[in-house]
Design a protein around this ligand. Structure first.
Ligand SMILES: Cc1cc2nc3c(=O)[nH]c(=O)nc-3n(C[C@H](O)[C@H](O)[C@H](O)COP(=O)(O)OP(=O)(O)OC[C@H]3O[C@@H](n4cnc5c(N)ncnc54)[C@H](O)[C@@H]3O)c2cc1C
Length: 681
């Protein structure tokens, strides 16, 4: 039998190009790049010839995705403590990851154990994490972090990570398949013998009216690292164009976990960027205006009632960044998110003004750094950030935080920054085991697509999890599944049939009575922000789910009306994002039905709940907003969602118990034997 690497075939009047690899990695963010680097290295260590030809990295765009395009004042990487005098351990690290519940102990421990190995790997490939003259990587405190485990290479940490890892891959000679929009996942077999055998893409550079430029990347192993479903929300700080491939993944049978646990927080909207850390620690003035930018109002002042309380809470938002319903009562920092949202609900706009301190009024005293509560005052004193204005304090603590806005057309010395409560990250995703293998054998899911985080993750742990997941997946693939190129000659007829159906489906994208793909995307985003955002209510979510299911079914019936070939890609995205939104809403409804209360990064409304403040009104009822406290009994399980075409809501839900962190510790010799004999896998 001849060994082919690339071949073309005519299917349904289209030329389809097949490429064969051992492992296909989808996504060129920090997670996907790292996995590809480790795959190469593990193969090379095993003496495999030309590992670079066995690995493909497939991406819709090298410059796209959260790693390349997102960040904050100092984008955080959360790792095990590296202080020379403060001890830390993987078990303690894992405890921080599991503290909010709904998080598997084995994954958290693996993220702890692999943390330093991956951190130093990044140092080695050139990510400029700062250290002192003795070589200590200095830490600081981040959200939900009891220690000082966080570090940062500046506002663009994850961009540097992806770029440095890319350089390493290029040195190794691994080719990146750029501009390939994943449009279908090829799965064969059923039940336990189901396999994902390849990824079908449209080459965005070459699509035309008559040529859909279809590529098929076949792999013995598939690693999905396509990031979060950022464009699911209207109010979002995910970068533009980051949709992910969740809908396609659900359709092939991959199981979603903790989908309800999206994180929300304050971010700038003109240029999408998180305003965490020093942006808040500089204590800017926060004010609202009407829709035209007029009628300025100091809306926080009346509610907080004292300058010291208000300014301290603005400061605390720095490292209490995600919206947290457990930080609302008794004038805590997440009350700011609620008040910002309350203003935007009234059609007003909210801004951060770095040129002025929060102003005093008839009811509250003038700003005075010395009157801040001790946590804020001591931090600023230690940082030497006692300058007169917020912009001076910010410039003193973190000039790159000002420069990043300048690079993107916003001069914080001249203009105020418009902000909103935005979707930022999904702690949930797809279920994986402790080697990041999904419920489909030989399919691995890493990075933000993997639902490993539970309800509350310390800030920065997403980047750590993405690195450790990639390392673990690569190690398992090479040591357990080997390095043979994919050979699906016995399944070719099934593959051809699927491709023929896939190509025939393009007719649905040219229906004169079909939907406008952009309008569908807009409808999905608006619904998700309204009903699956940081404020949720069962009847509303149920209504949204019914509408989302109907939209998906209508798309199946009517198709899309596209005018130019490139619109076909938008139509494909809209179709799978429509299914993604059904899955997320199904999860929201199911969790609310199980009696969940406010936890993680969302608030659950309840008429007999806790009142936030008489002035904070529920828009639907026009009564004061009341929320339900957390139902802690739900911490010990994970809500899972699985596609089921026949189910009324297209998905069925189940509850998975938490896997504990293994606590058995073997002596060196038996552990060595297990390792030599490959029993560790
Ligand atoms: C504003 C902001 C600030 C953040 N700050 C922090 C922080 O401080 N610390 C932290 O730990 N985390 C932070 N995060 C989260 C973190 O940045 C992401 O979770 C992480 O970068 C995701 O990496 P990834 O490799 O999984 O996916 P991404 O970096 O999102 O990469 C996804 C890849 O998949 C590709 N792709 C997507 N869809 C398709 C498709 N259909 N076909 C082909 N390719 C596709 C994209 O082109 C891209 O290459 C932040 C996120 C945001 C939005």
């Amino acid at each position: 039998m001849s060994i082919w690497i690339t071949k073309t075939k005519k299917i349904n009047n289209q030329t389809v190009t097949f490429h064969r690899f051992n492992t296909v990695v989808v996504g060129a963010g920090a997670a996907g790049m790292n996995c590809a680097v480790h795959l190469y290295e593990f193969m090379e260590q095993k003496g495999v010839d030309n590992p670079q030809d066995k690995i493909a990295v497939v991406t819709a765009g090298l410059g796209l995705g959260a790693s390349r395009m997102s960040g904050s004042d100092k984008q955080t990487y959360y790792k095990i403590g590296t202080s020379p005098d403060v001890p830390d351990s993987a078990e303690d690290f894992a405890k921080s990851l599991t503290a909010g519940g709904c998080c598997h102990g084995d994954l958290a421990l693996a993220e702890g154990i692999g943390s330093l190995r991956e951190f130093y790997h990044l140092v080695q490939v050139g990510v400029p994490f700062p250290h002192d003259s003795m070589g200590t990587y200095i830490g600081y405190k981040t959200d939900n972090d009891p220690n000082e485990r966080a570090t940062s290479a500046g506002p663009k940490t994850s961009k540097f990570m992806s770029e440095c890892l890319q350089k390493e891959l290029e040195r190794y000679g691994v080719k990146i398949q750029d501009q390939q929009e994943v449009a279908h996942l090829l799965a064969v077999g059923t039940g336990k013998s189901k396999r994902l055998v390849g990824v079908v893409t449209i080459d965005k550079k070459n699509i035309s009216k008559s040529n859909y430029a279809i590529n098929v990347f076949l792999g013995s192993n598939i690693v999905l690292a396509a990031g979060g479903p950022g464009e699911l929300y209207k109010t979002t700080v995910y970068p533009r164009g980051q949709l992910g491939i969740h809908g396609l993944a659900f359709k092939t049978g991959l199981i979603g976990a903790n989908l309800t646990e999206s994180q929300f927080g304050l971010a700038s909207t003109k240029f999408r960027w998180n305003v965490s850390g020093t942006y808040m620690q500089a204590i800017p003035r926060i004010f609202s205006t009407d829709a035209d930018g007029k009628d300025e109002k100091e809306f926080l002042a009346d509610i907080f009632g004292s300058m010291s309380k208000m300014a301290t809470n603005i400061f605390l938002k720095g490292y209490q960044w995600p919206f947290d319903p457990q930080r609302i009562e008794n004038l805590q920092s997440s009350l700011i998110d609620i008040l910002v949202f309350n203003e935007t609900q009234k059609g007003r706009r909210v801004f951060m003004d770095f040129l002025h301190n929060p102003p005093g009024s008839d009811t509250i005293e003038e700003f005075d750094i010395n009157a801040l509560e001790p946590e804020a005052k001591e931090y600023l004193q230690k940082a030497g950030a006692l300058q007169k204005t917020p912009i001076e304090r910010l410039a003193h603590m973190n000039t790159p935080a000002i420069e990043i806005y300048k690079e993107n057309g916003i001069d914080l010395y001249l203009e105020s920054l418009e902000i909103a409560v935005c979707a930022q990250h999904n702690n949930g995703g797809f279920a994986v085991n402790n080697w990041w293998q999904s419920n489909i054998v030989q399919t691995f899911i890493i990075g933000e697509m993997a639902g490993t985080h539970g309800v509350k993750r310390p800030g920065g742990s997403a980047l750590n999890a993405g690195q450790v997941g990639g390392l673990r997946a690569a190690e398992y693939i090479v040591n357990v599944y080997g390095y043979k190129m994919a050979d699906y000659s016995d399944k070719q007829s099934e593959i051809d049939r699927q491709l023929s159906d896939f190509i025939a489906g393009f007719e649905r994208y040219k229906s004169s009575t079909g939907f406008d793909p952009e309008q569908v995307l807009e409808e999905i985003r608006s619904r998700m922000t309204l009903s699956s955002g940081h404020i949720r209510e069962l009847n509303d979510a149920q209504k949204a789910l019914t509408e989302a299911v109907q939209l998906y079914k209508d798309i199946g019936q009517k198709g899309f009306n596209t005018k130019i070939p490139e619109d076909i890609i938008t139509a494909i995205q809209a179709e799978h994002l429509a299914l993604t939104s059904v899955a997320y809403l199904k999860a929201v409804v199911e969790l609310l039905r199980r009696g969940s209360g406010s936890h993680g990064s969302h608030l659950v409304l309840s008429e007999d709940g806790v009142e936030i403040h008489p002035d904070v009104i529920d828009k639907a009822t026009e009564k004061p907003l009341k929320f339900k406290s957390e139902n802690k009994s739900l911490r010990s399980s994970i809500l899972q969602i699985e596609y089921d075409e026949g189910a009324p809501d297209l998905f069925r839900s189940s509850s998975a118990g938490l896997r504990p962190a293994p606590s058995d510790r073997k002596a060196f010799e038996p552990a060595w034997q297990d390792y030599r004999e490959g029993k560790i896998y």
